[in-house]
Ligand binder design. Structure first.
Ligand code: NAD
Length: 262
């Protein structure tokens, strides 16, 4: 019997097969969860539908539109999940966006509007979807929410600029949501993953150098995989983590513990 047997999980942020969200979905599927997916626009819908068709019984898997910057689409998403399932156990936020021009250059030149968009899409969205899912979690007797972050919050990472600010808001929101929703048995955590060559990852200059550094210097002397992040997500979705909330859990082969590297 899988660790997530009988659990209903909505995975947001699959863009293509390299997406971290797809690694999470594959691990959830392996552990017996019922899955639903969202996509932000028609261009990405095709990718998500194509991937879902590789899973067993794809016609039973809801694939729903939701651009998280649009409140009406967030509302419609959870109304549709409510109609389909009547409850929800697990919510995965694997979403980030920042304009490319705010991911390069000097930090003090970040634009006001660019920072607003990065924080809105990449961080406020966590609050919006947790609120949307709340009635469905209550029906389930609790829930587990998780998001993906990167350790450009406590450390300075070149070119991360506006996304670092958005991740700081995301991590802080994780703690505030955990405190707010805990009495309803809803847990909220974030996975701080090491660098992976995804679409979002490649938008940040220097992803290859970051992976080389992780391989040569991290305590475990290797890079992380999508599957490994998926397994951490399984832990957070499962009852094995029932006493864990408000945490940022590092899935980075220990890289974050280093002060200087030799
Ligand atoms: P990805 O490009 O595959 O995923 C990002 C997703 O965000 C895409 O599927 C896209 O559809 C979605 N998205 C963007 N704007 C949206 C909107 N308005 N509404 C709804 N969805 C929207 O890249 P990824 O690396 O899998 O990124 C997933 C998460 O992991 C992000 O939060 C990212 O910051 C985080 N992360 C990535 C890395 C890395 O190195 N790749 C490391 C740590 C954390």
């Amino acid at each position: 019997m899988g660790l997530l047997e009988g659990k209903k999980a909505l995975v947001m942020g699959v863009g293509n097969k390299r997406s971290i969200a797809w690694g999470i979905a594959a691990a959830f599927q392996r552990e017996g969860a019922d899955l639903a997916f969202s996509y932000p626009n028609d261009r990405l819908k095709e990718n998500v539908v194509e991937l879902v068709n590789t899973l067993p019984e794809p016609t039973n898997i809801p694939v729903l539109r939701c651009d998280v910057a649009k409140q009406e689409e967030v509302d419609a998403l959870f109304a549709a999940i409510g109609e389909r399932w009547g409850m929800l156990d697990v919510l995965v936020h694997s979403i980030a966006y920042a304009a490319v021009e705010d991911l390069k250059g000097r930090f003090h030149e970040i634009s006001r509007d660019g920072l607003k968009v990065a924080i809105d899409v990449s961080a406020y969205s966590l609050i919006a979807i947790a609120r949307g899912a709340l009635p469905l979690f209550e029906k389930a007797g609790g829930g587990s929410v998780m998001s993906l972050t990167f350790n450009a919050v406590e450390r300075v990472v070149p070119s991360y600029n506006s996304m670092a600010m958005a991740k700081a808001v995301l991590e802080s929101s994780t703690r505030y949501l955990a405190a707010d929703l805990g009495p309803q048995n809803i847990r909220v955590n974030s996975i701080s993953a090491g660098p992976l060559k995804t679409l979002a990852g490649s938008a940040v200059k220097g992803i290859s150098a970051a992976r080389d550094l992780m391989e040569s210097k991290s305590p475990l002397r290797r890079n992380i995989t999508q599957e490994e992040v998926g397994n951490v997500a399984v832990f957070l979705a499962s009852d094995w983590s029932r006493c864990v909330t408000g945490e940022t859990i590092f899935a980075d082969n220990g890289f974050n513990i280093l002060g200087v590297t030799d």
